[in-house]
Design a protein around this ligand. Sequence first.
Ligand code: TYD
Ligand code: MG
Length: 459
Amino acid sequence: MRDITIKKEKKKFVCQECGYESMAWLGRCPDCQSWSTLTEEVIVQRRHGRKTTSATPQPISHLSIDSEKRFSTGMGELDRIVGCGVVPGSTILIGGDPGVGKSTLLLQISYNIALKDGPVLYVSGEESIKQTGLRARRLGLSAGKLYFLSEVNLEAIEEQLCQMRPRMVVIDSIQTVSHPDLSAAPGSISQVRECAYSLIQLAKRNEIALFLVGHVTKEGTIAGPKVLEHMVDTVLYFEGEPRADLRILRVVKNRFGPTNEIGIFEMGERGLTEVENPSALFIAERLPKVSGSMVIPCMEGMRPLLVEVQALVSQRSFSMPRRLINGIDYNRAGLLLSILEKRAGVHLGDKDIFINLAGGLKLSEPALDLGVAMAVVSSYRDIALPVRMVAIGEVGLGGELRRVAQVAVRIKEASRLGFNQCILSKGSLKGVKKGVDIKLIEVEEVKEALNIALLEEIQ
Ligand code: TYD
Ligand code: MG
């Protein structure tokens, strides 16, 4: 039973970018400063129905911990990043560019759950039953208690949910669902907020795992107010170049598990498959003996990941030197270049510089600094770095190297993949157990690291 009643009242104007509300129309939102984003909507009065039973406070010792009730999605990468499986009654919001594979991923996990845990309802407002059916056939999914519903009316969807009581429901996408009593257009802030709120409450009451697909705006955030991200338990972003095969599922918020984790998938002819050994994948196409390439053991959440950073330094072709940085922060890269100029005597001011993380990864970790600096100088001098060497370390403004966290895990991963030398900041090895088959070179300054790795004296 729905416990809210919607009553039409006055009109208001809502900014579709940030959710700012105003009683009068304004050309520019005073909050987020965007132009022509205020649209007219009807004010909704949510009146809670009279409750027959009210919740009573519980002592902490009586709170049930239902970690064992989590269920697996049949995809290890997804289970791991959301925290050992999905919690019944929780809501997971998945955002990503069109065509990245959100519907494919959700269809695959819906099928896995329908096979082993019970009925799953896949509600698609974007595609017809036939289109979803074609995709299911392409993925080779046929048996199981997986049901499709092509519906955009919130009340009709909720009615089906109450009747069916599935283990999991997918709403593809939340922007297509609309409440019939609200006059605002589907996808507008009021509609998204009301529909998400209502579905989340229903899922919680009935212990249904709710997956919401959210469109992203051109700035790359999930369309709708930030409040949508506050309402749900977990927010995932699915990233990747639609033309390339690699897809990265990133955890942005997680009430029931770790954040900063990433899951790595490959899109193939028959849907998405998990990448079992991502470090090997990111360094697989590396050319030995080419200058400007360095491997860095990074941390993505709790997992180490080896990535290749590539740099190309060439004589500038226009009057303004060009800087093109992919995968790492632009300003951080600029800072590193200045440090190299000042502290290591590498004159980069009149050079075109390109820096890239292989595989389309985007990382922001201070531990990348040393590897990036080494790759840049290697390209500048056109001397290849040792093929089986990795570098870990944050570079300070004085050119000094600073310690980074979780060194032991990084070294272990590098050793596992056959690297035999690691350059790192002095003092990082405290607490690191010996026994890995890798030569550890501790240095104090970025200049010292360059001297060792490039075997050439830098003035
Ligand atoms: P889709 O899941 O529809 O993306 P989204 O819901 O995020 O918009 O994915 C569509 C893309 O994935 C499309 O470009 C085709 C590709 N694809 C494959 O490469 N292999 C497959 O098995 C499937 C189903 C899709
Ligand atoms: Mg889709």
